[in-house]
Design a binder for this molecule. Structure first.
Ligand SMILES: [Zn+2]
Length: 338
């Protein structure tokens, strides 16, 4: 039995074969007084090769990646895997079960809490277990995100650039192999609480992605993610060439600049004039904000401050001051990232 603070598990992460199980997290609340939180895990381990950790449900209301991991667990067999895949389809299980972004037990945002600790609630404890026992085993991580309930994203890889140029270059190659139409790029989060930073700290290759959103499983976004996952696993040396057509060259876009956000300053009903993935020039009309209380009044018009790709759009159009309506991401040349 492996024990890590409130986390315990008898799961065998290391032997060859294919199996599913749980890590159990103790959390003494009214509801869980005589229960544990069962966080599902799976392993598909074949012969010699790298270890890849695949995680989804980091945010509970992001579904495409969860579906991809379930399908991987069904389809892949150890004889097709060189090395080992460790799969966690519902990383923040309480959030997944509640259909929410963060955990209802402790308000824990899994992607802001790494490397976690064992004394601050279930979300931090899961992160701490992953950081201590799974990142230490992994050569690479694929962490799946989507727009969640609140937003819709262009299907994209997501790359955080850290201080290690060699690791950045290897992660760029991984993004090329994943081959989504776009790859969002941002500097590594200064707060250090994201999973990317934890992986960088341990020198582990890391690629995230954003696949669709608005709280569903989109077949198109699933397909981008599924094909990308197989290509990335092949690139890492885990599986044979999956027999897919070569992906189009991914276009790198900026997710780190605040310049591209169109943000409401008033209450109102927002009507977007642009579509996800659309290329816009500076000055392109993005949205009109109708005054919800003064019928017939327009509260604001939004235009693009810079040229770029419409990369994120808001789901619910009834907005408050501070709500983002959409994001325009400027394109970046690959050579500028190295
Ligand atoms: Zn997410």
């Amino acid at each position: 039995m492996l024990t890590h603070g409130p986390v315990s598990t008898a799961f065998d992460f290391d032997s060859r074969g294919k199996r599913a199980g749980f890590i159990d997290v103790a959390h003494s609340s009214n509801e869980l007084a005589f229960s544990v939180i069962r966080v599902p895990v799976g392993v598909i381990a074949g012969g010699e090769g790298p270890t890849v950790l695949l995680t989804a449900g980091n945010h509970g209301d992001e579904y495409e990646g969860q579906a991809i991991l379930h399908r991987l667990m069904q389809e892949l067999t150890p004889d097709r895997v060189a090395g080992r895949l460790i799969l966690m389809p519902a990383l923040n299980t309480p959030a997944v079960m509640a259909r929410t972004r963060v955990s209802p037990l402790d308000d824990g945002n899994m992607n802001r809490i790494f490397p976690g600790d064992t004394a601050s609630g279930p979300t931090a404890a899961i992160a701490s277990f992953v950081d201590t026992h799974l990142l230490s085993r992994a050569d690479a991580v694929l962490d799946f995100h989507s727009g969640g309930t609140a937003t819709d994203y262009v299907d994209c890889g997501f790359l955080c650039l850290g201080p290690d140029a060699g690791l950045n270059a290897a992660n760029l190659d991984l993004a090329d192999a994943f081959g989504a139409p776009f790859t969002m790029v941002c500097p590594i989060d200064g707060s250090g609480g994201d999973f990317d930073t934890a992986a960088h700290r341990r020198g582990v290759r890391f690629l995230s992605c954003e696949l669709g959103g608005i709280g569903r499983v989109s077949p198109d976004s699933f397909e981008v993610g599924w094909n990308g996952t197989l290509r990335a696993l092949h690139h890492l040396g885990c599986i044979a060439q999956p027999g897919l057509p070569a992906p189009a060259t991914t276009r790198f876009i900026d997710a780190g600049s605040a310049a591209g956000f169109a943000t409401a300053a008033h209450h109102g009903l927002a009507m977007l004039h642009v579509r996800l993935g659309q290329e816009v020039a500076a000055g392109t009309p993005l949205a009109t904000l109708f005054d919800a209380h003064n019928f017939g009044e327009i509260r604001a018009e939004f235009t693009a401050r810079e040229a770029g790709i419409v990369s994120i759009v808001r789901r619910n159009p009834m907005v408050r001051p501070g709500d983002h309506l959409c994001v325009i991401s400027a394109e970046i040349s690959r050579s500028a990232l190295l």
